[in-house]
Write a protein that binds this ligand. Structure first.
Ligand code: CP
Length: 336
């Protein structure tokens, strides 16, 4: 089997064979969601735990639906309603959950490297559901599946990724996977949101109309105000004047361009409503494909033995996150 990893932490080191296998597996699961009875026994007896330390609508819900459509038991934990509020660390929380013998633990966390930190310390499979500004591998996989369905290929496509590239884990995972699969990348945004090292990822431009010219795919990104510690542009109004995707910008792309956005959308900021809801938009197809991708990821990871050692692609160096900044939450003292 081309995909034998214990964990899904990111796509930077995932090969084209592994990516294709993940996408093929997801494609094969798609029809389950079209059935009248949307349930198969494939993961009966498996337990999946979701740890969502940051807000999520699509990722959290679709992992839960994916697990349940495959008959796995799914338990979800939010930081705000867990003993994290009493000062328990991420590692202690995860070790306690691991002691309950789940098969997979899904983590969304504001700290880049948090899933890698846990993967090196737990027995169960760890799935990165978005770590800080680092990676969001299942989002990129569902994006790839959506592109491949529409365009019948990924190699040779020109994909313009527009907006807050600097803070976007969606952009990073997509860039890594698209480059592996032979797509051409264009990164578009204000200079403050494009780091110099991104020139190694693809063509870089600060001009929206130039960036989307003749593109096969335009992937819009949300402005990640929650990750911006300083002002990267004067005002949101000024940002949208230059980088909001309108119909006049879309007209410069190929006539069969696909407009993508991972959500949540800030209408009128990075994308005009008539574009988000228009004929080129595949935004809701992306959401639909999120179920199939997450079914595939759960299926492939939970069928690896719990005690299996890490596969060749997961050396300890790779499990050690590049930017781990996992800290214990501050103890909040209650008065009275
Ligand atoms: N695309 C995405 O990750 O959406 P959520 O934050 O709602 O999960």
């Amino acid at each position: 089997m081309p995909f034998t990893r214990r964990h899904l932490l990111g796509l930077e080191d995932v090969s084209s064979e592994e990516l294709s296998y993940l996408l093929d597996t997801a494609q094969s699961f798609k029809e389950i969601s079209e059935r009248e009875i949307k349930k198969v026994p494939t993961l009966r007896g498996k337990t999946v735990v979701g740890m969502f330390y940051e807000a999520s609508t699509r990722t959290r819900t679709s992992f839960e639906i994916a697990a349940k459509r495959m008959s796995a038991d799914f338990v979800s934990l939010s930081a705000s309603t867990s003993s994290v509020t009493k000062g328990e660390t991420l590692l202690d929380t995860a070790r306690n959950l691991d002691a309950m013998r789940p098969d997979a633990l899904i983590l969304r966390h504001a700290s880049s490297g948090a899933p890698h930190f846990l993967a090196a310390r737990l027995d169960c499979a760890v799935i990165n559901a978005g770590d800080g500004a680092h990676e969001h591998p299942t989002q990129a996989l569902l994006d790839l599946l959506t592109m491949r369905e529409r365009k019948q290929k990924l190699a040779g496509l020109t994909v313009a990724i527009v907006g807050d590239v600097l803070h976007s884990r969606v952009a990073r995972s997509n860039v890594f996977a698209l480059k592996t699969l032979g797509a051409n990348i264009r990164l578009v945004g204000p200079p403050t949101l494009l780091a110099p090292e991104m020139r190694a990822w693809g063509d870089v431009t600060t001009d929206l109309h130039e960036g989307v010219r003749d593109a096969d795919v335009i992937m819009m990104l949300r402005i990640q105000l929650e990750r911006q510690g300083k002002n990267f542009f004067p005002t949101v109004d000024e940002y949208s004047r230059y980088f909001c995707l309108t119909e006049s910008a879309v007209a410069r792309a190929k006539s069969d361009v696909m407009i993508m956005h991972p959500g949540p959308i800030n209408r009128g900021v990075e994308i005009a409503s008539d574009v988000a809801d228009g004929p080129y938009s595949v935004i809701l197809d992306q959401v639909t494909n999120g179920i199939a991708v997450r079914m595939a990821v759960l299926y492939l990871l939970t069928n690896q033995a719990r005690t299996q050692t890490h596969s060749e692609g997961e050396t300890q160096a790779e499990l050690a996150a590049p930017e781990v900044e996992v800290v214990a939450p501050r103890l909040r003292r209650k008065v009275g």
